[in-house]
Ligand binder design. Sequence first.
Ligand SMILES: [Cu+2]
Length: 343
Amino acid sequence: MVMVHGEFNLVASEQTGLRGDSRSFAAGMIMGMAQRDLGPGKLQLRAMLSPDPFMGPEGYPLLLATGETADGIDHLVDRQHPHDLFMELSASYSLPVGDKGSLFVYGGLPGEPAFGPPAFMHRTAAMDSPEAPISHHWLDSTHITYGVVTLGFVQDRWKVEASTLRGREPDQQRWDIETGDLDSRSVRLSVNPTDNWSLQASWADIKSPEALEPLVDEERVSVSALYGRAFGSSGFASATGAWARKEKDGETLDAWLLEGALQFNDAWTVFTRAEQVDQAELAPGNIYTVRKVSLGMIHDWRLSNDIKLGVGALINGFDIPSPLSASYGDTGGGMAFVRLKIG
Ligand SMILES: [Cu+2]
């Protein structure tokens, strides 16, 4: 079996205030998956590529977002970093065990270790929004990890996994493949109590994630719940609730996320997200709890069975405490976008 899926967004983004900026960019991904029986089990190969490197090393403006670097010298602040060209190149092999169980091994260069909810671009409640969450570096930024091996066991509705991984985040060279020791680890327990719910709790011990702070290690914990069900004849309703904690340099930093999407029918989808993050990088030396909400919609036109063209927009609201708020001025923002969805 072979499957291909692609999604491309052309986005015009504006973030207002003293630390805002505006720019247009292309984002998205193309994903291919192949699966076949091999011996007593199943082999799966996955490749996922992103056009993000074309944005340039500084990514796009996103107030209150931090993480990674554009030049290897300064932290990216109030911007979302571009993703690497290779988001995933992985192989996995799973072996049935007993009646409802299976044992699997997964390796990726890059790949996604067993930590957190699915990355935002793969969550049903988030995938219609072209905007990255500001909680990305708490919940799901490990989705591109250059070197990961995971061993997992599935029993009916339960799954337990353990990963060994390279802790360092991708560097500012977005076109290459990086290597290094698998110096970090994570574990995750997941359960789908009903067909509508998917819950997970996970923990990670990450060695030297940031190139600019090589002596700082991080411990992360996350808990999340995903909900989904059909809506009307062709729509869906979906939601994510997540919390994560980062322990770093003696500091405890929490992030909360709630997001939802409602597809009324084949044409109309509304989506929303609310986040609260304890941010230590917006004003070095201080921790501020900042909040953001987004609300958007998209209208799709079906061009063929497998291809949809959509036009959408979203608006942002920010809540920034003083005295930090003085450096931001009058914040606001939004995006307008055109999307091509294939497969
Ligand atoms: Cu990411």
